[in-house]
Ligand binder design. Structure first.
Ligand SMILES: *Cc1c(COP(=O)(O)O)cnc(C)c1O
Length: 394
């Protein structure tokens, strides 16, 4: 016999996860992120993608990526500070800065890495972070890594935030950090109010535009534009992996902030640069976002139709001002049942359970895309009607 298995404890963990109905599995999709996808050879309507504007499959974006792929090859070959920095990376950073109306911007390999590294570099031991309780995991992990003390305020509760910040003593730096659109609910923070609190109390402010970029604002640049506070948010973080339809994260702000990140942030310094194809796709996609506001208008029209239809059927729809429509289901079992019933009816939308959401707040979380037609949404509503609003959700 071999040595005793030092990983045997994992079996116990897995049993516990299964016992709580929290075991996670993968669904293999045999097509791109289009409105209709293939799962196990069967067509489904995709209501689960962050590809909000449909740009990951847009022929112009795909062509731009293909051109870059032939010219630059597959991998970038190094970190930005060694050999991985191309003219395309610089062009995309200029494009993001212009789009977000900031002096400069800096790319990361993902939004997760942008949050973790930037927060950990902005604050440290002796400093304080004020963080919305529903902030994304990458923000939470950045706070933990920083060793700053973290004060969590109730979701969207700017009165509590104001009290916490004004009570806070001690000489360290203070950072307020928040998602603008929240990833699991789709609701929106009052950014004007957050800016006022931050300015009044001399805090740094960092916002995460992951689900807002491409969706909010007249030109689609996000919540800073929507609230008209582009010049009041010193640290703007976002991702290129959602509405932009590509891959990567960024921080936009002053030239000094960007210089600081390039010199100090470990998840930037010790990470390989994005491949050229992804960078070229992002450049093309941001151009389309700026020039085709009709995509956003169509998307928000679909969201309204969908939310109204669900509410009329008696579903408990969380308030949303984005492409995310979450139907509250409560416990994991009921959530899995609804998602499975919808799947049976050809609708693919995920059951979201802890730790992605708080216990008792499970949900089926739909996300809509500008490439959906009115007909897709009506078919989805019909399936929700057949699956039936669940007992026990009120
Ligand atoms: C998705 C997401 C991220 C992470 O971005 P990636 O590019 O996927 O790593 C960060 N913050 C929020 C709010 C997100 O929804």
């Amino acid at each position: 016999m071999g040595a005793p298995d030092s990983l045997e404890w994992i079996e116990g963990e897995l049993r516990a996860i299964r016992g709580e109905n929290l075991f996670r599995t993968l669904t293999e999709i045999a097509s791109g992120q289009s409105p209709e996808i293939l799962i196990g050879g069967k067509k489904h309507i995709l209501l689960a993608s962050n590809n909000y504007l449909g740009l990951s499959t847009d022929p112009r974006v795909v062509k731009a990526a293909a051109r870059a792929l032939s010219k630059y090859g597959t991998g970038s070959g190094g970190s930005r500070l060694v050999s991985g920095s191309s003219d395309l990376h610089a062009e995309l950073e200029r494009k993001i800065a212009e789009f977000k109306s900031t002096e400069a911007a800096i790319l990361f390999s993902s939004g997760y890495l942008a949050n973790v590294g930037t927060i950990a570099a902005l604050v440290g031991e002796g400093d304080t972070v004020f963080s919305d309780e529903l902030n994304h995991a990458s923000i939470i992990d950045g706070c933990r890594l920083s060793r700053a003390s973290v004060e969590v305020y109730p979701h969207l509760d700017t009165d509590s935030l104001r009290r916490m910040v004004s009570r806070s003593r001690g000489g360290g730096k203070k950072l307020i950090v928040t998602d603008t659109v929240f990833s699991m609910d789709g609701d929106l923070t009052d950014l004007g109010e957050i800016c006022s609190i931050s300015e009044r109390h001399g805090c740094m402010l960092m916002v995460d535009e992951a689900h807002a970029m491409g969706v909010l604002g007249k030109k689609g640049s996000g919540a800073t534009e929507h609230f008209g506070v582009e010049d009041r948010v010193p640290v703007v973080m976002g991702t290129l992996s959602k509405a932009v339809g590509s891959l990567g994260g960024y921080v936009a702000g002053s030239r000094s902030l960007v210089d600081f990140i390039r010199n100090r942030v470990r998840s930037y310094i010790f990470d390989t640069a994005l491949p050229a194809a992804s960078v070229a796709a992002s450049i093309e996609a941001i151009g389309i976002i700026e020039n085709e506001p009709g995509r956003r208008e169509h998307l928000m029209g679909l969201v309204n139709t969908f939310k109204t239809g669900l509410s009329e059927m008696g579903y408990q729809v969380l308030p949303s001002e984005s492409a995310i429509v979450a139907v509250l289901t409560g416990e994991p079992e009921a959530t899995l049942e609804l998602a499975a019933a919808l799947r049976e009816l050809g609708i693919y939308t995920p059951a979201v359970r802890p730790p992605s959401v708080p216990a008792g707040k499970c949900r089926v979380r739909a996300s809509l895309m500008a490439t959906h037609t009115e007909d897709h949404i009506l078919r989805a509503l019909a399936a929700f009607k057949t699956a039936g609003p669940l007992a026990g959700t009120s």
